[in-house]
Design a protein around this ligand. Sequence first.
Ligand SMILES: [Zn+2]
Length: 165
Amino acid sequence: MTDRHDKQDKNDAVEPSFDGHEDRPITAGRSALMARIRSKNTQPEMIVRRALHSLGKRFRVHRTDLPGSPDIVLPRHRIVVFVHGCFWHRHPGCRLSSVPKTRVNFWTEKFELNVQRDVRKAAALQALGWRVVTVWECETRHRESLILSLEGIFHEGWRLGTAGR
Ligand SMILES: [Zn+2]
């Protein structure tokens, strides 16, 4: 792998982070809800990293010196990538982003905060001249199409990459 892990010596209370073991599995038994929101090195994240690697792209991960500590940073292209879980980050129209049937207010509020936080992060990064790319968890399930869309972000005129620029 060409990526490096940044040392993380300060943890944001809102965004708990874990150690950098790349093979950390996503265990259903990890029931702490907040811990799932921003856990590092999730399986979808690893899939995206491998895909970028196969495209010959160099990147760094979890740069804490950037707003929102983006999951993947491609400095040469001035691109940051967030790999979002569809449920926690509310992928619009995705079947993985259903709302639990109990404690609806609790969930709605929590989801709202997550989405707002994502919007703020993206805005802060765009203000610094970064293009912000979001890869959804469900998009990591088909390797070929994932690689195709990742390839697309490095080409001029890619619509999401031009947002806010
Ligand atoms: Zn999705």
